[in-house]
Design a binder for this molecule. Structure first.
Ligand SMILES: N[C@@H](CCC(=O)N[C@@H](CS)C(=O)NCC(=O)O)C(=O)O
Length: 205
């Protein structure tokens, strides 16, 4: 299988986390989003012009969480995407939440504090930073409450839910994410950072 990727991409990171956990290796195709040639190559497989993209024979799949589920489904004996209907729905719920709420909140801050300068040369916009911080506080509050009584987001061990939600935290230090007031969230992040999947995919910075 081929994966169109970049190590700076948090959406790619969640796929790499799942693949590492499942023992899957890719033929990696690095995409530099600043290169017009790479963009053209990317748009041939994803009209959204976004990474990651998985190619498995004739089958092309984009959207990071869909790729994670596809990888798990194809791995006999895996436990990260449970077979039980309700447990699986619970994992799916956090994966959707990650893409809809947590990831975008972190994404606003990552853009303002890191990428904007690279791409546009402009400084962070205070109003946008305030919006990102407010959205992050709301999402972090939900995570903190949930993790106050459990070690992992679903069940007794790490699942795709944890890998999907945690990926944007690869920018926690660089973006100085204001998360000091969320001790359970931080303890959960430390647990994930201790996993081989995190350590073996920690190549970006
Ligand atoms: N919902 C998509 C988001 C993918 C995405 O936004 N990827 C970023 C990199 S982290 C990207 O390719 N951005 C390029 C662009 O928006 O032009 C997913 O989860 O795969």
């Amino acid at each position: 299988m081929q994966l169109y990727y970049n190590s700076y991409s948090s959406n790619t990171r969640r796929v790499l986390l799942a693949a590492e956990h499942l023992g899957i290796q890719f033929d990696l195709v690095e995409i530099n989003l600043a290169s017009q040639d790479d963009r053209r190559r990317l748009e041939e497989v994803n009209a959204n012009s976004k990474i990651p993209v998985l190619i498995d024979g004739d089958f092309v799949l984009w959207e990071s969480c869909a790729i994670m589920q596809y990888l798990a489904e194809g791995t006999p004996g895996q436990t990260v995407w449970p077979q039980d209907r309700q447990a699986r729905a619970d994992v799916n719920r956090w994966m959707f939440w990650s893409c809809q709420h947590f990831g975008p909140a972190v994404g606003v801050l990552t853009w303002e504090h890191i990428w904007k300068k690279f791409v546009t040369g402009q400084d962070p916009d205070a109003q946008e930073v305030a919006r990102g911080e407010a959205d992050l506080a709301e999402a972090a509050r939900v995570l903190e409450k949930h993790l106050s009584t459990r070690r992992w987001l679903v069940g007794d061990d790490v699942t795709l839910a944890d890998y999907a939600v945690v990926a944007p935290l690869m920018y926690k230090e660089k973006t100085r994410l204001p998360l000091d007031g969320y001790p359970h969230l931080l303890a959960w992040f430390e647990r994930i950072q201790a996993l081989p999947a995190w350590r073996n995919t920690d190549k970006a910075w």
